[in-house]
Write a protein that binds this ligand. Structure first.
Ligand code: GTP
Ligand code: MG
Length: 157
């Protein structure tokens, strides 16, 4: 059994990472958010998989590249990158993450979440409070029960 799950939200500025975390916590859309949310821990007994889950925000405006790389290596296998601008994820974020995680864990979780999200009726919105807990549930599930990468840059070569 895993001890806990660590989820890091990465993505372009202003795509709504912090709002998503705040909406999850307060169950309402926050009109104003800080650049970066404090790390939160969801206790085991309120998560579907019964594993404590840490959610970590990232903000380009507040953090250096070096700090981002440190966060990426901290989450390691648990890394789940989300976000909304799909082509940017494939071209920018996935290579950046892959360079900083060991080979076996590359992007499995992140791609799986994207795949699962694709099957949600409407992709999640902090504003409408739509699919927010589902999003984090899929992220948690992807880490706990990896089924293999849906997208592998190596296979494309
Ligand atoms: P950085 O910290 O700068 O990287 O941005 P971020 O990704 O944390 O985005 P943030 O949560 O600060 O949201 C950026 C803007 O988008 C804010 O004005 C939010 O109110 C707005 N926003 C966030 N989520 C939604 C949403 O689901 N719908 C709409 N309409 N606006 C949103
Ligand atoms: Mg933010």
């Amino acid at each position: 059994m895993r001890k806990d799950v660590r989820i890091l939200l990465v993505g372009e500025p202003r795509v709504g990472k912090t709002s998503l975390i705040m909406s999850l916590v307060s169950e309402e859309f926050p009109d104003e958010v800080p650049l970066r949310a404090e790390e939160i821990t969801i206790p085991a007994d309120v998560t579907p998989e019964r594993v404590p889950t840490h959610i970590v925000d990232y903000s380009e405006a507040e953090q250096s590249d070096e700090q981002l790389y440190q966060e990426i290596s901290k989450v390691g296998m648990d890394l789940v990158s989300l976000f909304l601008q799909f082509s940017l994820i494939l071209c920018h974020w996935i290579p950046l993450i892959n360079e900083r995680t060991d080979k076996d864990s590359r992007c499995v979780a992140s791609c799986q979440v994207l795949g699962d999200l694709g099957s949600l009726e409407v992709v999640c919105s902090a504003k409408n409070l739509k699919n927010i807990s589902e999003l984090f549930y899929y992220a948690q599930k992807a880490v706990l029960h990896p089924t293999g990468p849906l997208y592998s840059p190596e296979e494309k070569e």
